[in-house]
Each structure stands twice: as structure tokens, then as C-alpha cells.
Design a protein around this ligand. Structure first.
Ligand SMILES: Cc1cc2nc3c(=O)[nH]c(=O)nc-3n(C[C@H](O)[C@H](O)[C@H](O)COP(=O)(O)OP(=O)(O)OC[C@H]3O[C@@H](n4cnc5c(N)ncnc54)[C@H](O)[C@@H]3O)c2cc1C
Length: 369
């Protein structure tokens, strides 16, 4: 049997080439790059083969995500959004919705997921977006912010209030009442197509509603799980890119008559970077194993992976800048981009503090009396 991701890294390498700094500068990934990767099912490689997807395991998809993340965090962010949209549909939708939407996403339509609002960031229970049933239709009203990939997306999975609970709804970006406005010049992942999404009385068929009536926390936790593991693997990619650049530079650049790597304080930076990359890899492997085994630990292993990998990536990227010195002070340098991109990974999909609160609750729940 052919491995579902055979040739995928080569296609990414060919598609990205040396253009990641240019995409970072212009804030745009060329549409044909996204369409080519999406049409091959690579942006949501976990979609089962029964729905036209590649059916990759979490472990294989994770390593692939790390590879994309090592080349371009903006592209990896778009991939995370696509995978999260597919996962939300898979987990929250019914058989007819699976049959309709999953082949579309695995076949090239681009998607984003919108939870956050200006007054509902870490505290998503404050969201006010409403999905109101009206006969065989629903009406969606609300304003979402910072939706990654919304600039490129054909459909946006919007989370909102639905009766006394919550729901997600698949909103075509072209539907009347939808306005997508780009976030100008974000500090990192600049080509990831972040946008605010305004939903002004958007009327859709009721069949577009996923998971209607579920408690908001449950629905959000379900949908975010994919985003968290994908970001965690993306951070592994950032660390690998930083380690690679730092060790080459420390080997080749000489100061005080010796390669930088021979100066012990620089050597310590390299050891710390290698340690960070290994820690992040191991914790992601552990989380992906729990996905692939269907383990009940999956949710907490994923939060742990996201928390550890994002912190390691932010610290590791700063360490790499230190090793490269002025060489990393050029806009668009792989390490300079990593430094900006990695810090954002500590804010999203549950910030470092929010992940710590979840882990603390878990620790207390494990206490034996
Ligand atoms: C690059 C980027 C991409 C994004 N992509 C998406 C997307 O695709 N879809 C989407 O819906 N949203 C997206 N977001 C929004 C993102 O999810 C929110 O920014 C995030 O949830 C944090 O919310 P906030 O920015 O409002 O910060 P706030 O919630 O205001 O938090 C600010 C600080 O306070 C801390 N804090 C908040 N509450 C607590 C607490 N109880 N205890 C301790 N510390 C706390 C936070 O950890 C953080 O450090 C994106 C944001 C960015 C920057």
C-alpha cells in the first residue's frame, strides 16, 4: 500500500522554494500554491479515504505539518485552519454533511474556522455571534476577528450561540451579508490571510448547521483539538528550522580565531536548541499516538503538546537569533521570521496561560485522596 503522504514533502519544497520571505513581505501566498496543495488533499491530510481524503495518521500528518512549518509558518497556519475545519465537520456533522463537505475540503476548497470575537478571546463563553433557526433556514449575525486563512477561504466554519447551546455553521465566503477584511500587517505569519469576518443577517440552509445545541465548551474543545495538535507540530518545524540555521552558522562563522560553536557559551545555546526540538518532538509524538490509538488521554495530551511546543518554539527562536547575531537581523531571514511567528503560537489555540489552567485542572483531578 502506498503511504498517503508519499511525495508530499517534495511538493511542498517545490511549491515554497525560496519564496517564504517574499510571501512574508507581501503578506500573500499565491493562490495557485494553495490550490495545488489543497487539491492533493495535503492541507487536511487526516480526512478519511472514504471521504476522498488521504487518511493519514496523526503521527504522519504531524511530521508533515512540522515539515511545512519548517519552510513557512504562514502556509502551515493555512494548513492548520483547513485541517481544523475538516475535523470540526467530521466530529460535529452528520453523515450527509460528511458526504457533502469533506470531499470538497479534501479536493481543493479552502476553509477557515472563526471562534474569536473582539470581546471573546481567551474567554469564548463571552461570544455573541448568533445562529438562529428560521424555518428550514438559519440566520447568522456576528463579528469574528483574527480568522486565520479567511482571506483565502471559500468557506468559513463559524461558531456561535444556537438556542441555549452552541453550533458551528458552514458559511460560504461569497454568501450575501459576509464581509471579510484583512488584519493589516500582523507581526508574524504575515501571509496566513488573517481577517475579521462580519456576518450581517447571513441566511443559509439549516443543513449547514453542525452540532446544533451542544454546550459551547464541548463544541469549542472538540474543534480546537485539531488546531492545537497542528500548531504544536508546526512549532516543532519552527524549532527544526532554527536549529538547522543556528548550527550551520555556529560551525561556519569564526570569531576570536575559532568557530562560534567552539565558544562554550554559544555551544550552550546550541544544546538548548537541540533540547527544545527534542522535547517538542517527543511531546507531539505522544499526543499523536493518543489520537491514533483513540486514547481517552487525547485531549489533555494535545493541550500538553501545544503548551510545551509553543513555549519551546518561542524560546528556541530567541536563542537562534542570539546565535546568529546581526545575520538574523535582516527582515525575512528564516530565524527572524521564526522569532516573530513563534511568539504568536503562544497566543493562539488557547494561550500559554489558558493551556496552563487546563493542565492545572487536570493535575488536581488526578490527585488521589
Ligand atoms: C496570529 C493569530 C491567529 C489567530 N487565528 C484565529 C483563528 O483562526 N480563529 C479564531 O477564532 N481566532 C484566531 N485568533 C484569535 C486567538 O484565538 C486569540 O487571540 C486568543 O484566543 C487570545 O485572545 P485575545 O487575543 O483576545 O487575548 P486575551 O484573551 O485578552 O488575553 C490576553 C492575555 O491575558 C491572558 N489571560 C486571559 N485570560 C486569562 C486567565 N483567566 N488567566 C490567566 N491569563 C489569562 C492570556 O493568556 C493572554 O496572555 C488568532 C490570533 C492570532 C494572533
Amino acid at each position: 500500500m502506498t503511504e498517503p503522504l508519499t511525495g508530499a514533502r517534495e511538493l511542498v519544497d517545490e511549491s515554497v522554494g525560496d519564496r517564504a520571505p517574499e510571501w512574508d513581505r507581501t503578506g500573500e501566498i499565491p493562490e495557485e500554491v494553495l490550490r495545488t496543495l489543497a487539491a492533493r488533499g495535503l492541507l487536511c491530510a487526516g480526512v478519511p479515504a472514504a471521504f476522498g481524503g488521504l487518511g493519514a495518521t496523526s503521527a504522519a500528518n504531524g511530521e508533515f505539518t512540522a515539515h511545512v512549518g519548517s519552510r513557512c509558518s504562514s502556509l502551515r497556519s493555512v494548513m492548520t485552519s483547513q485541517g481544523m475545519a475538516a475535523w470540526a465537520i467530521q466530529r460535529l456533522g452528520g453523515p450527509q454533511q460528511h458526504a457533502r463537505y469533506l470531499p470538497e475540503l479534501a479536493g481543493g476548497r479552502l476553509a477557515a474556522v472563526a471562534f474569536s470575537e473582539s470581546e471573546a478571546g481567551s474567554d469564548l463563553s463571552a461570544m455573541t455571534t448568533a445562529i438562529e433557526p428560521d424555518g428550514d433556514t438559519v440566520v447568522v449575525r456576528g463579528q469574528k476577528v483574527w480568522t486565520t486563512a479567511a482571506h483565502y477561504a471559500d468557506v468559513i466554519v463559524v461558531v456561535g450561540r444556537y438556542g441555549s447551546g452552541a453550533a458551528a455553521v458552514v458559511v460560504p465566503s461569497s454568501a450575501p451579508g459576509v464581509t471579510v477584511r484583512r488584519v493589516p500587517r500582523p507581526s508574524g505569519c504575515r501571509a496566513a490571510g488573517h481577517a475579521d469576518v462580519h456576518l450581517d443577517e447571513v441566511r443559509l440552509p439549516a443543513s449547514a448547521v453542525l452540532g446544533g445545541g451542544q454546550p459551547l465548551t464541548l463544541l469549542v474543545t472538540t474543534a480546537l483539538a485539531y488546531g492545537r495538535i497542528s500548531v504544536a507540530w508546526g512549532c516543532v518545524g519552527i524549532l527544526r528550522a532554527c536549529l538547522d540555521a543556528a548550527r550551520r552558522h555556529a560551525r561556519d562563522r569564526r570569531q576570536f580565531g575559532a568557530p562560534l560553536a567552539r565558544h562554550q557559551l554559544v555551544g550552550r545555546h546550541l544544546a538548548n536548541l537541540l533540547t527544545a526540538e527534542q522535547i517538542a518532538t517527543r511531546v507531539c509524538e505522544h499526543a499523536s499516538r493518543s489520537w491514533d490509538d483513540g486514547s481517552p488521554d487525547m485531549v489533555i495530551a494535545t493541550v500538553l503538546a501545544k503548551q510545551v511546543s509553543a513555549v519551546q518554539a518561542a524560546q528556541g527562536a530567541a536563542t537562534a537569533v542570539q546565535v546568529l547575531g546581526s545575520a538574523a537581523a535582516h527582515e525575512g531571514h528564516v530565524v527572524e521570521r521564526a522569532y516573530r511567528d513563534a511568539k504568536l503560537m503562544e497566543l493562539i489555540e488557547g494561550s500559554t496561560e489558558i493551556c496552563q489552567l487546563i493542565l492545572a485542572d487536570h493535575a488536581v483531578s488526578m490527585a488521589v485522596s
